[in-house]
Design a protein around this ligand. Sequence first.
Ligand code: MLT
Length: 278
Amino acid sequence: MKINIVNLRGRPLAYVDHGTGIPWLFVHGFPLSHRMWLPVIQQISHRCRCIAPDLRGFGQSATTAGKVTMAEFADDLAELLEELGIRQPAVICGLSMGGYIAFEFWFRHKERVAGLVLCDTRAASDNPEVVRTRQATAQRVLEEGPGFLAETMLPRLLAPQTFQQQPEIAQQLREQILEANPESAAAATLGMAERRDMRPLLGQITCPSLVLVGSQDVISPPSEMRDIVEAIPQAQWVEIADAGHLAPLEKPEPAADAFLNFLNRLPPAATHELTGLG
Ligand code: MLT
């Protein structure tokens, strides 16, 4: 799929824009890129316009440094939709860190959200111990590069069945992690450590929502994601068998089925044009 580049106030941002229909924004996890969504995009792009950016600092987007908050990532995405001339609310679909960003996008840009799809993510913020671990990780990635991230993260990202039956996925993820820019990975890590606790706000999410999790996810396990679906009014639940933390990449067929079902549930009003936006 063709990679496009848009300039967001001087910062080049790479993205894929494929298919037709209601816009669907795919937000990748840490420290990956839009590539994790390609198998699922291939299966749903006949029904929606799939827009999958490389977040600031990742993939082919310009690198960054310091700290990037979830709010800054979310505002980049709103700006991307604006730059693309998209006047219609979009489905915002994020996985893990992408889910933190999707929550923040909903919080800051509700008028742009036709539906929220939360994959293998968390609503809680980090406790002080996790914050300290993130700070140490950020420091280490700056000093050593992303090699240790591949060693520590990879075994926890995929279900055992995925390692056995689709070793090419593990290989592709390893490459993506090793290609991550150290300054950008540190900046996102520090931003994640500061993210807001979404739990008190979940009851206010009244747009159509889908919560999707891999049955073998050990990072954001089904038990934790159950609390999210129960707190969001009328959210739909899908658990993907034999998948881990990257369920839509490990099992694109059932994930695509869940996404297509979700599209069918969106009210026709979701296709109205936005008004009054600058
Ligand atoms: C991710 O997959 O994006 C990360 O596991 C998120 C995190 O470190 O909290």
